[in-house]
Design a protein around this ligand. Sequence first.
Ligand code: PLP
Length: 404
Amino acid sequence: MDEKQENKLEQIIKYDEEYYMPVFGQRIPLVADHGKGVYLYGTDGKKYMDMIGGIAVNILGHGNSRLVRAISSQAKKVIHCCNYYYNEPQTMLAKKLVDMSFADKVFFANSGAEANEGAIKLARGYWSKKGTPKPKIITAKMSFHGRTLATIAATGQEKFRVPFAPVMPGFEYVPFNDIEAIKNTADAQTGAIMLELIQGESGVHPADFDYIQEVRKFCTQNKILLIIDEVQTGVGHTGTFFAYEQFGIQPDILTLAKGLAGGVPIGAVLANKMAATGFGVGDHGSTFGGNPLACAAGLAVIEEIESKNLLGNVMNVGGYIQKKLSNIAKKTKKIAEVRGKGLLIGIELDSGSAADVKMKLFEKGFLVSSIGSNVIRIAPPLNLSKLQAIKFTSALQDVLEGKE
Ligand SMILES: *Cc1c(COP(=O)(O)O)cnc(C)c1O
């Protein structure tokens, strides 16, 4: 690194400390400059294989030409037009998502938390419009649904809620993958159950197939809405466009965000005809939500996934990585468990600190995330090649074996 660049890195870190709210603590010393494909480059010119993809957001990697073309041509036409008017990308992205899914109606927001806010509100609206308010929502312990006040209330982890009490009432938390706990908790006031199919933020813990089947059955029998939070699992990371496709069920309400527009902020609430009646005229809205720029990006992301068969690639390359990691686990005895589906993978370390492994990988030019003390998470772009997967897994093996 030349001196000028080094000073720049130091200056940004110093300014961040001075001017930015300290919620991210000490960050990894990388100032993102630009990217190409799976690689992200720092302002110092260093190249990193981006195996976390902006936390499951950069689904086409960096600088994807279809996505860049869609964004720039839409920006030249119109970036924002308010929801007093119609805009074609918004309508066409809603139609596309309906065509691809269980859903009959869509609403666009700007983030995952905002999409979940919409889903919670829709469920409550549904029951009060029927004249039988059922405000209670059951969620899972160790879940993550966002950082806004309603979504921290939905999140089954105390550390996110306690400092910001009083939280919004009406949520009850049950252990994940435990159908009896749901049966024992639900009552006549329970209007919805809200779950992730893979708990991403708490360490990549997948739901059991049978559990989700039972939850669906229980919801149908007891007239409870099933909300599935696919903010992280949606848009292909698990090998199907929606993760619910692999659980043999259909939710009533589903949320998307992270990868949907390949990096442009967006969120979406999808609902079947019945649940969608929870919102009537004037019940919900968003100034930015469904703006033409984000929706044009969303359409380009889906076109690229379909035309390049990226879901097939996720199955192939994800399967390869999982197999390779199991081999590394056997060989090194440093990995306790490999979890996840497709290219959303959690690697639980047997010993040693995940933060240390993350930093050693960073020094070798690979970006991953660490969760808690002992889980490494990867959620790379869906177009990761097998060769890149090989480079990553062998770098990880070297780190675990203590090779320089
Ligand atoms: C990331 C995430 C959210 C929150 O999304 P934001 O865009 O950060 O608000 C909600 N639910 C799940 C499952 C997530 O992974």
